[in-house]
Design a protein around this ligand. Sequence first.
Ligand SMILES: [Cu+2]
Length: 291
Amino acid sequence: MLVFKRLTAVAVTVGALLAGAGLAWAGLGQPSDWQLGFQQSATPVMDEIIKFHTGLFYVITAITGFVLALLLIVMVRFNARANPTPSRTTHNTLVEVLWTLIPVAILVGIAVPSFRLLFYQLNIPAADLTVKATGKQWYWSYSYPDNGKFEFDSLLVRDEKKLKPDQPRLLGVDNEMVVPVNKTVRVLTTGAEVIHSFAVPSFGIKIDAIPGRINETWFKATREGIYYGQCSELCGKDHAFMPIAVRVVSEQAFNAWVEEAKKNFARDDGGTPTTPRQRATRGGGNDKVEG
Ligand SMILES: [Cu+2]
């Protein structure tokens, strides 16, 4: 049992070191060099995901350490040389009941917080504003039905020379989705032609964007900043080049941005998703929706 205790101590130490290092290396809103674990959290949902993940990590470490210790004990104490005449024991009711009930208790102990987290993610609270994100081949369009009904396209900055100093390569976009800090944002997702997936790691959200359907999710960003994500459903040849960039700003900055956006972007009065073909048949032909 001394071996077991020592192994557990080593496992817990290594685990704690890795967890601490992961936090130190985790970027806010984007991946960072040598990152282990998740990106830093910016929403209550992601806080809960990280807590759950860390809790599970300790459970897994304890179970793995326990099984390893049992194996080592068997190998050392019960090999043919150390134990030439083996016992003929076949059943032990107490041990059999224990090795059934204890794993069941562990699984139930994991399931309860897991379902609690799932309901927290799926129950959409009363939203302060709604943003509709439409996945297209291969970029995102954002529409703001509560704030002037404008819609705009958000495309990857392909030319590295055109990246602004704070924009990471392959994640920076021309028009970011902008939302106010500390407000509950409901995100509606749909796809224009194939299935895409709207995912922002720091917000703890990932939801499919399916043609002909509306999915919904939510986030409440508690820190200002810029948060990046990527389309997370294989959607065609440029799947890797349709990043999601969400800029979280103060409420005043958001209101100012809305006023600018109303002037700069076309109106979206609902209706069907706008694909290039639909735009062409409507007699449009430019990249914005007619309003
Ligand atoms: Cu996609």
